[in-house]
Design a protein around this ligand. Structure first.
Ligand SMILES: [Zn+2]
Ligand SMILES: [Zn+2]
Length: 186
């Protein structure tokens, strides 16, 4: 690891840290912020947010008696592999979150460190819930032909009558059932 990389990672992590001193001094006050940055390492088994993918938030910070209440809209994009056709799948998502930052050290809140709050853990938690374990390139994805392996989204398959794409998923299900009933000949 070169010192330059560490500096870059630190610089990118600093984007999410907010100085809330003015808010904390004035209970009832509000501040709206917009941040776009990166949050490396966001992944589940089926999909991930690329390390250089922008993650954007629009947040309202409110000074309340318990600390700082953060209401945020989070937008980004995940990438993965379609569960049905194995082609790349990707989707933009937007999600809402509302959490409290406090000094009390409880597990139900995010920590205020002095006058600073780090939005990165909150945004990470909101994003991870949006990552699909079994992503689809499209809800209408017709998948691969279980007989010849053709991608039914792009190649009309001769193994079965040309199906209406809306029925293809169902047909594929029925075929799977039929195949397993006869014990799949691998
Ligand atoms: Zn697909
Ligand atoms: Zn086929």
């Amino acid at each position: 690891m070169s010192p330059q990389r560490i500096t870059e990672a630190e610089r990118s992590a600093r984007v999410w840290v907010i100085d809330a001193a003015a808010l904390l001094r004035e209970p009832g006050s509000r501040r709206r912020i917009e941040i776009a940055g990166q949050l490396p390492g966001l992944a589940v088994s089926g999909s991930a947010i690329d390390d250089d993918e922008p993650v954007a938030i629009s947040a309202l910070l409110e000074s309340v008696s318990e600390g700082i209440l953060v209401s945020a809209t989070v937008t980004s994009r995940w990438h993965g592999e379609c569960r049905r056709c194995l082609e790349p799948a990707s989707e933009q998502f937007t999600t809402e979150t509302r959490e409290l930052y406090s000094h009390d050290g409880s597990e139900d809140t995010y920590p205020l460190r002095g006058d600073q709050l780090d939005l990165a853990p909150l945004v990470r938690d909101a994003c991870i819930l949006e990552l699909p374990l079994a992503p689809l390139c499209s809800t209408e994805c017709a998948g691969l032909c279980p007989e010849c392996g053709a991608n039914r989204n792009s190649e009309p398959c001769t193994c079965s009558p040309a199906a209406d794409p809306r029925w293809a998923a169902l047909a594929s299900l029925q075929e799977t059932t039929a195949t397993s009933a006869h014990e799949k000949d691998a």
